[in-house]
Design a protein around this ligand. Structure first.
Ligand SMILES: C[S@@+](CC[C@H](N)C(=O)[O-])C[C@H]1O[C@@H](n2cnc3c(N)ncnc32)[C@H](O)[C@@H]1O
Length: 441
C-alpha cells in the first residue's frame, strides 16, 4: 500500500472511504506495539463507538474529546506537566518563572500609565499554580500596586481543574453558582483578598483594562492536520484499525474537508496543522486589547509557521503514542505563532515569538540567579538553583523550545499620538520587558 501511495495512486477502501496514512513513515496501527500499550480505556471505547456511528473523526475532534470531554476529562499530571516551567523550576519558591511573569505584568502596568484597576485573566490555569505565584509577586510588591483595584478571572472548561484551582488560590472549596447558564460559574476571594471568578469562555469576562496570560494553553487546543497529496490537501482523520480490534489509526480523507479553508493559499509545507479555536481566541483578545487596553502574554511550545507534524502525547513525563490508551496521556500540538499573528488582523501590535532563553535574559534572570546564589550557602540549594536555571535556559531543554509572544495596543509601541508635530516632543514609549531588556522607569 505504501508503494501505491508514494507513487501517487490513492486507492479508496470500499467499506470506508479513507486512505491509511503514511506521513510519519509508519502505520500507527501496525499492531506490533507491545500488548501492554494497547489499553482499552473508557475513552477509547467511547471513541470507537463514536467512529462506528458516524465515521472517522478529525484530529481536532479527537483532541477535544480526549482533553475536554467533561465525562472523561484528562486532568494532567500530579504536578502540572513534566514539560511545564513550573515543574522545571526545581525550587519553585526560590526560583520560578512565574515570578518573572508577575514582574512582566507590573512592568506593563507601569508603562501604560498605572491604571486605577486591572483584571488579571488566565486562560487554562491548570492547577492554578501560575496565577498563585503571580499573585504572590503582586502581594510582595504591594507598595507599588497599593492603589490599584485588581481582580482575577480564570477561563477554564474543566470542572475538575477549576475545583483544584479554587483550592490552590482560595484555600477553600468554592461552590458552583446556582444559575447553571450564568457566564460566571464560580466566584470567590483569593488568599490575599482579591476577587476571583471562573468562566468557560473568554467572551464572558467583563470588558475592561486587562492583562491576559496564556501559558501552555494554546498547545492543547484542537488542531486539524492536513497532508499535501497529488490530489491536493487531504485532512488526516482517525479511524478504527480494521486489522486490530480496539485500536485506532490515522487515515487520509478521500476528498477535501471544510477545515481545508484554514490553509493559506501560498502554503509551502507539505503537512500543516491549523487551530481554528486559537484564531477565534486571538481575534477576541485583539479586539478587547485594542478597545479597552492591556496586553496579552502567550508562552508556549511553538514555531513561526515552519514546523509540520508536531502532534504529540505525553504520559508520565514521557512521549506517548497519541492513539494509544486515549485519556491516559496529555495531547499537544506546537503553536503556530505566524497564524496567531495573522489572526490579530492588525488590530493590535504583536511582539515575538522570542525564545524563552532570550525572554528570561531580558527579564533579568541572570541577576536573579546571582542574588539567590549569593544568599545561599547550602550546596544542595545552590545545585537546585543551577539545575532550575539550566532547565529554563538550556537550548536543549526549554531555552529554545519554549517561546513568548505578546499582543499590545499599537500606541504602546508607537507612542500615544501618531499625528504629533515633529517639534513637539512626547516621551517615547518604554521598551516592552522580555522582548527588550527590562528597564524600570
Ligand atoms: C496544559 S494546562 C496549562 C496549565 C497552566 N497554564 C500552566 O502552565 O501551569 C491546559 C489548561 O487549559 C485548559 N483548557 C483546555 N482547553 C480549554 C478551552 N478551550 N478553554 C479553556 N480552558 C481550556 C485545561 O483544562 C487546562 O487547565
Amino acid at each position: 500500500m505504501s508503494v501505491l501511495v508514494r507513487a501517487g495512486v490513492w486507492p479508496l477502501r470500499a467499506a470506508r472511504a479513507v486512505i491509511p496514512c503514511f506521513w510519519r513513515g509508519k502505520y500507527f496501527s501496525s499492531g506490533k506495539e507491545p500488548a501492554e500499550n494497547n489499553l482499552v480505556t473508557p475513552m477509547l471505547r467511547h471513541l470507537i463507538y463514536k467512529i462506528k456511528s458516524t465515521g472517522p473523526i478529525t484530529v481536532a475532534e479527537y483532541m477535544k474529546e480526549v482533553l475536554t470531554n467533561p465525562a472523561k476529562v484528562w486532568v494532567g499530571e500530579p504536578e502540572d506537566k513534566a514539560r511545564s516551567i513550573s515543574a522545571a523550576g526545581v525550587n519553585r519558591e526560590a526560583f520560578s518563572l512565574s515570578q518573572l511573569l508577575g514582574i512582566w505584568f507590573i512592568s506593563e502596568w507601569i508603562a501604560t500609565g498605572k491604571t486605577a484597576a486591572f483584571q488579571l485573566v488566565e486562560l487554562g490555569p491548570g492547577r492554578g499554580t501560575l496565577s498563585g505565584d503571580i499573585l504572590r509577586v503582586f502581594s510582595q510588591l504591594g507598595s507599588v500596586l497599593k492603589n490599584c483595584d485588581i481582580s482575577v478571572h480564570l477561563v477554564e472548561v474543566s470542572q475538575k481543574l477549576s475545583e483544584i484551582q479554587a483550592l490552590t488560590l482560595t484555600e477553600e472549596k468554592v461552590p458552583l453558582e446556582r444559575d447553571a447558564g450564568a457566564p460566571v460559574y464560580m466566584k470567590g476571594v483569593t488568599k490575599s483578598g482579591i476577587p476571583i471568578s471562573w468562566y468557560r469562555d473568554l467572551q464572558d469576562i467583563p470588558k475592561g483594562f486587562s492583562f491576559y496570560l496564556a501559558h501552555e494553553f494554546f498547545d492543547v487546543l484542537p488542531v486539524h492536520k492536513f497532508q499535501k497529496t497529488p490530489h491536493g490537501w487531504r485532512e488526516v482523520l482517525i479511524d478504527i484499525d480494521p486489522h486490530v480490534s480496539d485500536k485506532l489509526r490515522f487515515v487520509l480523507a478521500p476528498c477535501a474537508t471544510p477545515a481545508e479553508a484554514f490553509i493559506q493559499c501560498d502554503e509551502t509545507r507539505d503537512h500543516v496543522e491549523v487551530c481554528p479555536d486559537a484564531g477565534v481566541i486571538i481575534q477576541e483578545l485583539s479586539e478587547r486589547i485594542a478597545v479597552t487596553g492591556g496586553a496579552a502574554l502567550i508562552a508556549d511550545y511553538g514555531h513561526d509557521g515552519t514546523k509540520t507534524d508536531t502532534f504529540r502525547g505525553f504520559c508520565g513525563h514521557k512521549l506517548h503514542d497519541v492513539l494509544i490508551a486515549p485519556g491516559t496521556a496529555d495531547l499537544t500540538a506546537d503553536v503556530d505563532f505566524s497564524y496567531l499573528r495573522r489572526m490579530a488582523q492588525g488590530k493590535v501590535a504583536s511582539l515575538g515569538p522570542v525564545k524563552q532563553q532570550t525572554f528570561l535574559k531580558n527579564m533579568g534572570i541572570d541577576v536573579r540567579l546571582k542574588v539567590l546564589l549569593d544568599k545561599s550557602d547550602e550546596p544542595s540549594l545552590r545545585q537546585q538553583l543551577l539545575q532550575g536555571y539550566d532547565m529554563l535556559m538550556n537550548p536543549k531543554e526549554m531555552g529554545e523550545r519554549f517561546n513568548f509572544f505578546a499582543l499590545l495596543p499599537h500606541q504602546r509601541l508607537h507612542g500615544r499620538n501618531h499625528q504629533i508635530n515633529a517639534l513637539q516632543s512626547e516621551p517615547s514609549p518604554s521598551p516592552v520587558a522580555g522582548f527588550s531588556e527590562l528597564v524600570w522607569r
